[in-house]
Ligand binder design. Sequence first.
Ligand code: NAD
Length: 318
Amino acid sequence: MKIVILDGYTENPGDLSWEGFEKLGDLTVYDRTPAEKIIERIQDAEAVITNKTPIGAEIFAACPSIKYVGVLATGYNVVDVTEARDRGIVVANIPTYGTTAVAQMTFALLFEVCHHVGAHSMAVKNGDWSNNIDWCFWNYPLIELAGKTMGIIGFGRIGQAVGKIAMAFGMKVLAYDEFQNEEGRKIGEYVSLDRLLSESDVISLHCPLLPSTQGIINKSNIDKMKGGVIILNTSRGPLIVEKDLAKALQSKKVYAAACDVVSTEPILEDNPLLGCYNSILTPHIAWAPKESRQRLMDIAVEDLKAFKDGKPINVVNP
Ligand code: NAD
């Protein structure tokens, strides 16, 4: 079986091995593939692996050898799955691999807001401590989480993992989700969105991007929040109306916002959050610890192996 990986670099920049795929066929790996090279690089491959490189109807039409598309991610909107189904092509994804990593990153962002460890370390290395008249100093307000309320929008796998960590820090957990379950009730109290917005000291987004959640953090909902609220987004950028959040950051209605994701990625130079002194922005790295990428790799290999064995798993276009 001829296998082509079109954009393997973010999954494996060199610290993992493609060995699992190599065992399944004749493998070619490209770090990145520009749109105009997709067809040429797929050639007569049967299995195409993509992360963010789009595989639309025109690609399927030009490459009739394709029998399988593996997506190196949970979201598979880069593939025209309907066209693939019509052509009898199996599309498989990675349903879950990064729950603990994303929950951990959510707290990395929150701790940065609470302690500014990076900035304080930099200040010490710049000599600010050596030259300080007192035995200690801090350049930002320091915040203790115990006793504060964490509001979690989207209380699924990641939301509940975040809730458990929040509990461990002595926080009260409020959750808003369209579907409630017993496991969730052990971690937090399910409440209406309005109650969550008005009672939370920290609001963390963990719902998927859907028409019902797009722009859920907008002016009207920010107006319902406590003054000085902290907002965290490790889910999807378009959940936030960024110009509304930027205004609220500037007016200090929102104390700080820490986002691993933004509306357009890579971030545009005119993204309004870039200009806010109280925003913290990271380049969509929550999913990316090595352990998490290894899990993703293992599942991607299992997906292809199952397809090869005639019993495909994690199929998104059955
Ligand atoms: P999940 O499906 O387990 O949980 C999502 C929850 O959101 C579900 O409980 C669902 O009922 C709820 N939900 C759906 N619509 C809602 C609505 N309108 N209002 C409130 N809640 C709603 O998914 P998960 O594994 O916990 O992942 C959550 C999100 O995290 C993903 O959708 C993805 O966008 C994001 N993610 C980000 C990264 C990253 O690297 N930053 C990595 C993985 C996942």
